[in-house]
Design a protein around this ligand. Structure first.
Ligand SMILES: *[C@@H]1O[C@H](CO)[C@@H](O)[C@H](O)[C@H]1NC(C)=O
Ligand SMILES: *[C@@H]1O[C@H](CO)[C@@H](O)[C@H](O)[C@H]1NC(C)=O
Length: 433
């Protein structure tokens, strides 16, 4: 089917298509550069930190005023009459990390924008998960005791000391993470009466209005539950990465059916036009329609898929049911009622070989108990830990162009874009999508 088979009009149409396709290709190249599920994804664009840098700087500046020993007089926990019950307990488990600790950023960014009433409604607990806590570079820093409500070590949480020392010796980080996560969650559960328990890893940064938006979202979730729009729920996700929200292979029948449908529609439309409009008979010949339906249209469909799902269907602002493909346990808000069975399941899974990761155990429990999992979009937190000892490496060094990044691409593109300029973004809470 060489080009000279075609008449002038057909050649003109085909060249127009080529130009159109090329323009669309260039458009997608720029449009999808930040979509990690896209073929056009460019790491230097997608992982460029913007808003998170601003938040790290401003919150650390706030924290530094609590970093002098004479600062304890103006303790960040204000002297307003505290509500009888806490609204939320923030549990942070911290370990020693290669290269850099981000615990100060995590603690500072969840506290620096709170009003005195909001601060009083929160309990912040940090568990230093080391047999010898003073090995942690932040353990005896002045700000820790000045801003954290409960500074915990293994001695305070009834930890299986012998097992943990063994795991430390064997460098079994996976199993130790399971135990640590359980201890952190359990201490929030037991030491407070907060209905919401927020578990954070020690390398996240929060957006300025995280508290209001999270509390509004969780109220929305509770309303849905009362109206039975959703099932009972295990957690509300404050961080997710778009990386796993792309085209999913299990949906291939849907994708294929749509593609076949579109090709058939084009063929039908071509044949129908040729029959009804005589002047098109010279153009819409069989061989021309073949090229349109089996080359041009499939190329466009291919481009559509290459551009990435999040590019075409970004998550709307608000709360979503995310029972699949929600990744990573950096920041989760748990529903107190469903924590006891989760703790039991954690304890059970600690002895199961091969050891599962923390987020898998949480997902498995949600599946067993048939609980919904929800997520706030855009993410309220960003993952800024560059590396962790979970990677089995001999040495660690800074890699890539940015100091602030989510290791393994565990990064929220939405976080960087959503809050930059309009920090009080309009936030619509509709129905669960
Ligand atoms: C607090 O002070 C210590 C020691 O001077 C310093 O290393 C650390 O970076 C400070 N942290 C913050 C958050 O200002
Ligand atoms: C932390 O501990 C080290 C060694 O024990 C000590 O020299 C240092 O003064 C301590 N820093 C603070 C802020 O307490």
């Amino acid at each position: 089917m060489a080009l000279y088979h075609y008449n002038r009009k057909q050649r003109l149409l085909l060249s127009s298509f080529a130009i159109l396709f090329f323009s669309l290709f260039v458009f997608c190249h720029f449009r999808s550069a930040r979509d990690p599920g896209s073929w056009f994804f460019q790491p230097t664009e997608g992982y460029r930190p913007g808003y998170s840098l601003q938040r790290i700087n401003e919150s650390l500046e706030w924290l530094s005023t609590f970093n002098r020993s004479d600062a304890s007089t103006h303790h960040s926990v204000p002297v307003v009459s505290p509500p009888r019950e806490k609204t939320a307990c923030v549990g942070i488990v911290t370990v020693k990390r290669p290269l850099q600790q981000d615990l100060d950023t995590t603690v500072a960014s969840i506290l620096d924008t709170l009003s005195p009433e909001q601060r009083a409604a929160l309990t912040v607990q940090v568990l230093f998960a080391l047999s010898n806590p003073s090995d942690h570079p932040d353990y005896n820093q002045t700000w820790v005791t000045n801003v954290v409500d409960h500074v915990l070590t293994y001695d305070d949480v009834d930890a299986p000391g012998y097992i943990i020392r063994n795991l430390e010796k064997k460098n079994n980080i996976k199993k130790k993470s399971l135990i640590d996560y359980r201890l952190g969650l359990q201490s929030c559960y037991e030491m407070t009466d907060a209905p919401w328990i927020i578990m954070l890893e020690d390398d996240v940064v929060a957006q300025r209005n995280w508290y209001e938006q999270t509390m509004r979202s969780v109220q929305q979730v509770e309303d849905w539950r009362r109206q039975e729009t959703i099932k009972d729920w295990l957690y509300l996700r404050l961080f997710y990465t778009e990386k796993f929200l792309g085209w999913n292979s299990e949906h291939w029948p849907t994708y294929l059916s749509w593609s076949v449908l579109i090709v058939s529609l084009c063929a039908t439309a071509g044949i129908y036009t040729r029959r009804t409009i005589r002047s098109t008979q010279g153009v819409l010949t069989n061989s021309f329609l073949l090229v349109i339906c089996f080359v041009c249209v499939p190329l466009l469909i291919g481009l559509f898929f290459l551009a990435g799902r999040v590019t075409w269907y970004p998550l709307q602002d608000g709360v979503h049911v995310m029972n699949a493909h929600g990744c990573c346990s950096q920041a989760l808000l748990f529903n107190r009622e469903n924590i006891p069975p989760l703790l039991e399941y954690f304890e059970h899974m600690e002895d199961v070989v091969p050891t599962k990761a923390v987020d898998s155990v949480i997902e498995m429990q949600a599946g067993r108990a048939e609980l919904d999992r929800l997520a706030i979009s855009p993410s309220q937190m960003q993952h800024v830990g560059a590396v962790s000892y979970k990677e089995k490496k001999k040495t660690w060094k800074w890699e890539g162009p940015y100091r602030v990044k989510g290791a393994h691409g565990v990064w929220s593109m939405g976080f960087e874009q959503a809050y930059g300029i309009h920090s009080d973004r309009w936030f619509d809470l509709g129905s669960p999508a």
